[in-house]
Design a protein around this ligand. Sequence first.
Ligand SMILES: NC(=O)c1ccc[n+]([C@@H]2O[C@H](COP(=O)([O-])OP(=O)(O)OC[C@H]3O[C@@H](n4cnc5c(N)ncnc54)[C@H](OP(=O)(O)O)[C@@H]3O)[C@@H](O)[C@H]2O)c1
Length: 328
Amino acid sequence: MGFFHTSFFYRPVTRKPLQHQMQEETSSNTLTRHFVLDSPPFVLETSPSAPVLLCHRSGIIPISQKVKFLNNTTMELKGKTVLVTGGTAGIGLEATKQFLANGARVIITGRNQAKLDAVKKSYPSITAIQSDVADADDAKSLFDQVKALGGIDILYNNAGVMSGPLNLGVANEKHFEVAKYEMDINYLGVIRLNNLFMEMLKSRKEAAIINTTSLLSYVPLNLAPTYSASKAAMRFYTAALRDHLEILNSKVKVFELSPPVVATSMTESLENNAITPEKLVNALIAGIKKNQFTIRVGLSKVVYMLSRLAPKFAYAQVNPAGNTKLLR
Ligand SMILES: NC(=O)c1ccc[n+]([C@@H]2O[C@H](COP(=O)([O-])OP(=O)(O)OC[C@H]3O[C@@H](n4cnc5c(N)ncnc54)[C@H](OP(=O)(O)O)[C@@H]3O)[C@@H](O)[C@H]2O)c1
């Protein structure tokens, strides 16, 4: 085969600095090099003569090496129960279809009862619960109802809102109103639900939280500044949540879905190169199945890299000159 297969074992992520860890691994005089990239431990399968390129969390991919995830803990969706917030439209509705197709049970939420009824009519096996993620009483009631149904294994925090163009340079009371509305749903609502469901998820054999960020968490869209800020906050929160659960040796996995522009009602008014919700959710499901904890899809990958290498250029790409007209 040309490659030596050495021991495949799961080694928990160490808390040591990566530099230290790399030195230790390379001096061990074995053909196995294992290290941390984003989160799952990797094993490099390598021939004795091939150069080994070790890489850092930020993601230089080794060349001419076969890299394998240690997949022994990858998630089986069949038989799981998934709670999809905002499951009545767009990405959440598509996720509902695909989780069902993968053999999962699905509970959806949304604020609008008529939309919930319509989805229930199309997918009779789902449970549809009216609940606003920004409302504390609704969230508690949702938790109680879900618990009575037997609980969940996966909490998919999908519900989100984006408000229209705002020019923060022109004083307007709307700035605060919009920022609060977006933060209450996109950020604080997620923290509230994760907190409510945390111990339930920890008690399951396999469990996951999926948080939704955006390519706008790397570079703000000047037409949606407070929305972008809510997604940047969600990205930082998600990284910390994952770290904290790892420190506790918890089995609860934390995925971040970072979509590009997706063709849903949220993006109708934007000029964009939107992908379909189907394509996005295909990537989400594939990511979950291979323990890819940060799932950047399509242009989100590009904007992520550009934002690190050439931030001003990235800003200009996300905010073309035409946006200026809408901000005057
Ligand atoms: N579309 C994109 O290009 C894009 C890109 C990056 C990230 N995202 C993120 O992906 C997620 C889904 O977006 P989408 O494009 O699918 O949006 P969408 O088509 O507008 O659907 C949003 C869903 O969330 C529900 N929802 C909104 N506010 C809610 C609340 N307070 N409580 C419960 N449910 C609520 C909506 O139903 P009700 O209105 O009836 O409550 C609807 O079911 C969002 O987090 C969004 O920020 C989207």
